[in-house]
Design a protein around this ligand. Structure first.
Ligand code: GLU
Length: 480
């Protein structure tokens, strides 16, 4: 096998989406598995649609995911001479030609084809223009494009590592454009020149490019370039098997980052969009996928995009995350929600994160679940109010609770629990009669971390204040 050199070649016209991220990842896994090189190339010859902001967003997204590269970014817009030289060479060798057809002439051709019930194809009108005519048009300054002379017969076969051989009849191609009238190369042309020039050994990209590949092969052949190996990764479809779109929720890496997903969960998830380790386990480390990743095991079938699965995986990674790292990841979410300012108590935050993390699946959910530790103003859960606050005698029970809690000097979970157990015995009530309304009083919720953990974290003063406030609320609804 040649030295492995692969590339990720985004067009900088938007954010890094799940599909692009998967293409980048599969190239990267393949490079790392084979001790090869990963190259980042920027397909920015569409000057109108390409933006620096998009490229920055794509680079940020890759870095955040931990996908790195050995060479690049290499910008196509800075290599325009290279494409022009090769186009000139092809024209000189008679393998490509200048086409001076105007928009009106092309429209006419399209109409003719339509009438004849044929697909719209270039007729080949300028394919054999005599040299003096070409010169005359050039001297007149007539606009032109460069077209490849495509063989009219025979077949072009794509040997695809994932799909096997895919054959295309050359008669289905017209003499397609390789250089536009503004001297810019078309995608198919620039990509072949660069993939050759950068010594790319394997081209791994989305299935949507499979129909471009025979055209690229025709260009390789015209230039006499050695061809790389090709692998087209399946489409990613929505759960209902329709084309993935905005209405299926977040699809860009940035959106997932802002929603509080961990990069390793996203990496694990997008690896699963077409690949799975040999043991069939769905949760795996990047080290494992690097060590096992081969293209022949990439699935031919469309991958189904399912954010529920991603969220499930994220919950697993959150549970396994080092507590300091998790705390640092959660802090921006807390700041964002206005729950803490710049001057925060790291150790306290860390304790709260460790109290709530178990049940939550995203960083945002963790921050949400931490709200009542920082914010005294919260609503009581409605169902909880009906069940626990509207119960007879609950206000008196809570009053007794305040008294015993007030006497606890060392306000830790052992001491508060002891005080509560004694009170339950003394009042001869069920533990739920005291625990449930207390939880609702101090957190507004009917579920969450251990009650005495919450109390310890809130401290004596806050715990008692919140119970007092709840008693007032209860008296109010009872009209006392
Ligand atoms: N810029 C193209 C894209 O983003 C690259 C396709 C390829 O990998 O050749 O789809």
């Amino acid at each position: 096998m040649r030295d492995v050199r692969v590339r990720f070649a985004p067009s900088p016209t938007g954010n890094l989406h799940i599909g692009g991220a998967r293409t980048a990842l599969f190239n990267w896994l393949f490079a790392r598995h084979n001790n090869g090189k990963m190259i980042l190339r920027v397909d920015d010859t569409d000057l109108e649609r390409s933006t620096g902001d998009s490229m920055k967003a794509i680079i940020d997204g890759l870095k955040w995911l931990g996908i790195d590269w050995d060479e690049g970014p290499i910008y196509q817009s800075k290599r325009l001479d290279l494409y022009k030289n090769y186009a000139d060479k092809l024209v000189k060798e008679g393998k490509a030609y200048y086409c001076f057809c105007t928009k009106e002439e092309l429209d006419e051709m399209r109409k003719e084809a339509q009438k004849a019930g044929k697909p719209p194809m270039y007729s080949g009108k300028c394919r054999n223009l005599p040299a003096d005519e070409v010169k005359k048009y050039m001297d007149e300054g007539k606009k032109y494009v460069v077209r490849l002379k495509v063989p009219k017969e025979g077949k072009t076969t794509v040997h695809d590592i994932i799909r096997g051989d895919v054959e295309f009849d050359n008669s289905t191609f017209d003499d397609f454009i390789i250089m536009k009238s503004d001297n810019m190369p078309t995608y198919n042309f620039a990509t072949v020149i660069d993939d050759y020039d950068l010594k790319i050994s394997h081209i791994i990209r989305g299935e949507e490019h499979l129909s471009n590949t025979p055209k690229q092969i025709l260009i390789y052949d015209a230039l006499g370039f050695e061809k790389p190996s090709f692998a087209h990764v399946s489409m990613i479809l929505a759960p209902d098997r329709s084309k993935l779109s905005k209405r299926h929720g977040a699809t860009s890496v940035q959106e997932f980052r802002d929603l509080g997903y961990l990069p390793e969960a996203i990496i694990n998830y997008i690896t699963l969009l077409g690949w799975i380790p040999s043991d069939g386990e769905e949760v795996f480390s990047t080290e494992k996928s690097i060590s096992e990743f081969t293209l022949d095991r990439v699935s031919k079938n469309p991958a189904i995009y399912d954010t529920k699965k991603l969220t499930w995986l994220n919950g697993i990674y959150i549970r396994d995350c080092d507590i300091d790292r998790l705390t640092k990841e959660v802090i921006p979410f807390l700041i964002n929600k206005g729950l803490i300012g710049d001057n925060y108590d790291y150790d306290y935050i860390k304790k709260v994160v460790s109290a709530v993390r178990e049940r939550e699946k995203t960083l945002n959910e963790i921050a949400e679940a931490m709200s009542y530790y920082f914010n005294d103003e919260f609503d009581y859960d409605e169902k909880g109010v009906k069940k626990y606050f509207e119960k007879d005698g609950v206000d008196n029970i809570l009053k007794e609770a305040i008294e015993v809690l007030d006497k606890v000097d060392d306000f830790n979970l052992v001491e508060t629990e002891k005080a509560y157990r004694d009170l339950i015995e003394k009042l001869d009530i069920k533990s739920g009669d005291l625990f449930h309304p207390t939880r609702l009083a101090i957190s507004g919720k009917t579920f969450g971390p251990g009650l005495f953990d919450i109390m310890e974290l809130l401290g004596k003063k806050k715990t008692i204040e919140r119970i007092k406030k709840a008693i007032k609320y209860i008296e109010n609804i009872k009209g006392k």
